[in-house]
Design a binder for this molecule. Structure first.
Ligand code: F6P
Length: 359
């Protein structure tokens, strides 16, 4: 398939490795004689004039190891429901996006994003824009790919934080509660919890009972463990309850979660009588340099995305199906979430080595 120029954008929350994907896409397309246009702040780059620039190999040299995205991103920019300051509060800019794509003489669009951004990409693909998706989220909850880049970096960071909290927890004989990201899925909490040797791991997939958590912590005390580490995913919920929301959903924007770490810490202090502190890792998990695993995965995703574009395979997302990088239809991805399966061996093993999930 003959191509002159392709567009690339990053959408949703940032994740370490976005720049590595951009670099791989730009270098592999430029080396194949295809011009690459970077669109700024997700689909805003196709809504507002002057929000794009040609990316040369020189523009992407040295960005492999840098966190964030040189293109900018937003998780409020759904062109089908764009927040505006008028009555009704939203506007549909999708026709403008399609027109701008044509006016810019783009032959294809590489969209790097999470569930929300890939759903938008899917809608545009159905409306005729040749799209290839690249999955991105530290939460690792996109279906059909075993890993998203950024997840390994987030887990490494959270593990390091748990290691550091272990020594201070032990010195002060405290319970330390660590809140990690994980809106709908507990991948970060589970993996960092196991890697860091946490005593309790609370994830959205397993509603927890704090009485059971407190009993587990008291049992540790009874055999001489004078401190405990509790890892809680931001989206964890009690049995019969709901996730802790700090700001309601708005048009084009999901609700903001937060507060679970502090409320679990306060309750456990009350229930166990042990001094307890809470630490929220928050956006620190999304920052910093990607790990070598994430750099390699991001580079493989970027290279594969350009291969798909060049062979005219659109409406697909690149994915890791070890040991291969494959292409899966966006139809099979959009509107679904990859949660931690309840029969995952790591859940069984975590329990076997003494962790409680509060159930
Ligand atoms: O989707 C990734 C994620 O890190 C979630 O875990 C979290 O709820 C969300 O992004 C927070 O996004 P922001 O604060 O940037 O709106």
């Amino acid at each position: 398939m003959h191509l002159d120029r392709i567009g690339i954008l990053t959408g949703g929350g940032d994740a370490p490795g976005l720049n590595a994907v951009i670099r791989a896409v730009v270098k592999s397309s430029v080396n194949a004689g295809i011009e690459c246009v970077g669109l700024e702040d997700s689909f805003d780059g196709l809504i507002e004039p002057g929000r794009s620039r040609i990316l040369t190999a020189r523009d992407v040299t040295g960005i492999l190891r840098i966190g964030g995205t040189i293109l900018g991103t937003t998780n409020r920019g759904n062109p089908f429901a764009y927040p505006v300051a008028t009555a009704g509060g939203i506007h549909d800019y999708s026709s403008l996006v399609i027109q701008t794509f044509k006016d810019m003489k783009l032959d294809a669009l590489v969209v790097i994003g999470g569930d929300g951004t890939l759903a938008i990409a899917h809608e545009f693909w159905k409306r005729g824009i040749p799209i290839v998706g690249v999955p991105k989220t530290i939460d690792n909850d996109i279906p059909k790919t075993t890993n998203c880049f950024g997840f390994d970096t987030a887990v490494s960071f959270a593990t390091d934080a748990i290691d550091r909290l272990h020594t201070t927890a032990e010195s002060h004989h405290r319970i330390m509660v660590v809140e990690v990201m994980g809106r709908y899925a507990g991948w970060i909490a589970l993996h960092a919890g196991v890697a860091g040797g946490a005593d309790v791991v609370l994830i959205p997939e397993i509603p927890y009972d704090l009485e059971k958590v407190a009993a587990h912590l008291r049992a540790r005390e009874s055999w001489g463990a004078r401190f405990s580490i509790v890892v809680v995913a931001e989206g964890a919920k009690p049995v019969g309850g709901s996730a802790s929301i700090v700001a309601a959903a708005r048009p084009g924007q999901a609700e903001r979660l937060g507060g679970i770490g502090h409320s679990v810490a306060a309750a456990l202090e009350e229930m166990t009588g042990k001094e307890t502190r809470a630490v929220v890792l928050g956006h620190l998990q999304r920052g910093g340099a990607p790990t070598s695993f994430d750099r390699v995965l991001a580079t493989r995703f970027g290279g594969k995305a350009v291969e798909l574009v060049r062979s005219g395979e659109f409406g697909k997302m690149v994915a890791l199906d070890p040991p291969k990088i494959v292409a899966v239809p966006l139809d099979d991805v959009v509107g679904r979430l990859k949660k931690v399966p309840l029969d995952y061996d790591l859940l069984r093993t975590a329990r076997a080595v003494g962790a409680s999930f509060g159930d």
